[in-house]
Ligand binder design. Structure first.
Ligand code: ADP
Length: 594
């Protein structure tokens, strides 16, 4: 009788679960794993960085067979983390797999969604009999190529393509599971004097004017020779990205702080993904191997002091990469390494958040220093003035500022800085305000013109949900949300509108065209500064060759991107980094191939 009942029970369970897509938990929950035959498709939801992640989990004969993402709003590129986790779950038949480094929030949201889906089976996770392990890409203990590139951000991948185009065999090594570095999570804007949009709009600009802006922005602490190279080659770099790499650009520009004219090109969807994605495709087209999860640890020199290779760690093992010709350092900056920040600038302690990816730990700078490379400008660390007050992340909705369509006010309802000033000037001014935060204010017509709520919809919705941004019909209401002095804010807006009418900002002499606020609804977003860019790094010459502590060239070693110093002086202007990594990435690649 007992046996008969349990057979019935199993039968009921099997029938109840097979093809189950109703998400209704079966009644019987406590079964031995081997007694349950689990088949079906279940839906679950989690919250990632950009909002809801909805997945469909398919189980066939107690095995995870597929996880389909039905909805997500994660950063393009970082969404790859969901594929990595899915593969690991399928390989191990386990829901508890590692998160993907550099995509923590996406990983957590995705795993929650899958677990939520599984919970609808009504059985315990032990029903999934664990099997197998995540297959790790096999690696040799030694590789040889003409050029070894360390770091697959924008600079490294640009250099790799340029080296290959100049006849070199190339291998790129990247320590993270996903390539792209800070370039990927940036807005990707590119300062290009004399560009095609400026031409169309009749905006006069020149390499000379750009050169002067970069020097002025960096308080003339930059190396003028390097700045000259950047300014003179910025347009050619942008054209190369567009015509050769195949990047799509939007048909509008942004006006970044410290520039004397509007000159910053905007990639598709205003994110760095466009550059990283198209460079990745180019690497594939050229059969350039990209060894991910591989962390360079040491430069190898021969007895003449020439750099001839790199030692790296992969899956706990040491791999030697031999370079017939050269090694290119493109490991980015150290904004995510608090100890290193404090070592060079004690103000940049743990209290200051960071916009950087976790991979920006300055490894390349340390490796270079251990090999006798000269470091410069290490104390110049830039904070971005308007970041997420909770996480430190860059806020793209805040780009409404670069369109000249918003003002920054404090709790007292007053403006306190020119909104298109340099990043360091604005950041320093914000730190002085009540609560160390600023409030960005704009109106509906600014919102419509800039479209930031459409271009960056997920971020916009997230900010509203997290109460970091308010939309309200009146200035009073918007001000009350953040406890800002409403009477003062109204006066500030009236004054600003008068300045816009007269064409002159009497208080802060704001550059660009002044556009008056027309009416509600109004928006206010709270933000604060976070570490964004480290200006210091290894010393290079105009050929991107790395210089040692005695001022001599180190043969066989080149560097490009945020790892280098001396280009931006005390302060990098917005959208100059992408120009920098493209210009010097190309130079490093070309010369390394010689
Ligand atoms: P850049 O703008 O100069 O290209 P990014 O931050 O975009 O800088 O890219 C730097 C890349 O270098 C990142 O993808 C980062 O993970 C990678 N990286 C950092 N340290 C190492 C290392 N030790 N070995 C390999 N790659 C590294």
């Amino acid at each position: 009788m007992k046996r008969f009942l349990s057979i019935l029970l199993i039968l009921a369970l099997v029938l109840g679960m097979a093809g189950c897509s109703t998400n209704k938990p079966p009644e019987q929950k406590q079964n031995k794993p081997e007694e349950v035959k689990l088949n079906g498709t279940y839906e679950g939801t989690g919250i990632g960085r950009g909002g809801n992640i909805v997945v469909e989990l398919t189980i066939a004969d107690n095995k995870i067979s597929a996880v389909k993402v039905k909805e997500h709003h994660e950063t393009e590129g970082l969404a790859e983390a969901m594929n990595i986790i899915t593969n690991a779950m399928i390989a191990t038949n386990n829901l508890d797999v590692d998160s993907v480094s550099g995509a923590t929030l996406t990983s957590a949201g995705f795993k929650t969604a899958v677990k939520d889906a599984f919970s609808k089976t009504g059985v315990g996770a032990d029903t999934l009999v664990k099997a197998g392990s995540v297959e790790i890409e096999k690696r040799e203990s030694e590789y040889t190529a003409d050029v070894i590139v360390i770091g697959a951000g924008g600079a490294g991948m640009t250099a790799a393509v340029a080296a290959a185009d100049n006849g070199a065999s190339v291998i790129v090594i990247e320590k993270m599971p996903i390539q792209g570095g800070n370039t990927l999570i940036s807005g990707g804007e590119y300062a290009a004097p004399g560009n095609w949009i400026q031409e169309k709009e009749g905006i006069e600009d020149s390499a000379e004017q750009f050169y002067n802006d970069i020097l002025k922005g960096g308080d003339n602490k930059n190396d003028p020779a390097l700045v000259r190279v950047l300014a003179d080659n910025a347009l050619a770099g942008a054209t190369w990205l567009k015509d050769y790499i195949g990047m799509d650009f939007e048909d509008y520009m942004l006006f970044f702080g410290g520039h004397s004219v509007e000159r910053s090109l905007v990639p598709r969807n205003a994110t760095g993904y466009e550059m990283i994605h198209k460079l990745t495709l180019k690497l594939e087209e050229k059969d350039i191997p990209l060894h991910k999860n591989t962390s360079a640890t040491e430069l190898i020199k021969n007895q003449d002091g020439r750099v001839v290779g790199v030692k790296a760690e992969y899956d706990g093992k040491t791999i030697t990469y031999n370079a017939n010709k050269s090694v290119i350092l493109a490991t980015g900056g150290f904004g995510a390494n608090i100890d290193m920040r404090v070592k060079y600038n004690s103000a940049m302690n743990e209290k200051i958040l960071s916009t950087n990816t976790v991979g920006s730990t300055g490894d390349g700078i340390v490796m270079a220093e251990n090999s006798g490379v000269q470091l410069v400008d290490m104390e110049y660390i830039q904070t971005y003035p308007t970041c997420d007050a909770q996480s430190g992340a860059l806020l793209y909705v805040g780009d409404v500022r670069m369109e000249g369509r918003s003002i920054l006010v404090n709790k007292e309802g007053r403006r306190f800085v020119e909104e298109l000033e340099r990043r360091d000037v604005i950041s320093n001014a914000v730190i002085e305000q009540t609560g160390g935060v600023s409030y960005m204010f704009w109106d509906e017509s600014s919102m419509k013109d800039s479209g930031v709520n459409v271009t960056h919809e997920a971020e916009y919705n997230g900010l509203i949900l997290r109460k970091q941004l308010v939309k309200a019909d009146t200035i009073e209401e918007a001000a009350a949300f953040f406890d800002i002095n409403a009477d003062e804010l109204k006066k500030t807006v009236e004054n600003y509108n008068q300045y816009a009418k007269d064409g002159k900002d009497l208080e802060f002499n704001k550059r660009g065209k002044l556009v008056p606020f027309e009416g509600g609804p109004y928006y206010i977003m709270v933000s604060k500064p976070a570490v964004h860019h480290t200006m210091g790094g290894v010393k290079i010459n105009t050929d991107a060759q790395v210089i040692d502590t005695d001022g001599n060239v180190i043969e066989g070693l080149f560097a490009a991107g945020e790892i280098t110093g001396d280009i931006h002086g005390t302060n990098r202007l917005g959208s100059d980094a992408i120009a920098d990594i493209t210009v010097f990435g190309r130079i490093a690649g070309e010369n390394a191939a010689k």
